[in-house]
Ligand binder design. Sequence first.
Ligand SMILES: [Zn+2]
Length: 238
Amino acid sequence: MKVTRIEDVHQLTFYSPVLPINVQLIEKELGLVLIDTGLKQNAADILTYIEAQDRPLLAILLTHAHGDHVGGVDTILKAHPYAELYVSRRDARLLAGDRTTDSGERPLNIRGSLPPIRSLPDKLLDPGERLFGLRVYAAAGHTPGSIAYFDEQHRLLFAGDAFQSHGGVAVAGDTRPLFPLPGLATWDKRAAVDHAERLLDLAPRHTFVGHGKALEGTHRLYLALKRAKRKQARRFSR
Ligand SMILES: [Zn+2]
């Protein structure tokens, strides 16, 4: 496990450099907030790291319901029973194993692994809500209920898999040959591009993603957006 520190964020990375999976631990006044939980087998290392901080874990905030983000939930909550579990209202259905789409959504296959989680969310989040100094933003595309968290004070964006930086900076669904997994697991590429654009309007100083290094500034993210839009334009002009 590799640790990167940026401001009040500890990013823990597993399986670097080949198949990197990140979680982010944020220091808050009253304790720690964990964004995503990696795979089930990463939970022990996350718990050891939290232990060493000697501060309570307040909450787990999920960006979406895929197995490489929710796998550690049960083990971590067992060790920290007072920590609260948050997920988007829409992806809570994926957590329950429901892969059906809604009438307002494009009828595309919801992809990626959705392992069963025993823990029930304490609260279902909708875009616009604010918790632990973070604002919830819709980031649908990778999954229907993907969300991002934005620290408005420090301008830090926790984007989950709305973007990846490993294998080349990319918007969800823009499959990169050097690290194709997030692209292949993406549900609606068009929605992913729309939401990526709105997230960049926030002008984050640092963007943390599920797979790959955190990005400083938005330059490379805008290039990735441009690339995804070009690809899409080609697809729809055929
Ligand atoms: Zn992922």
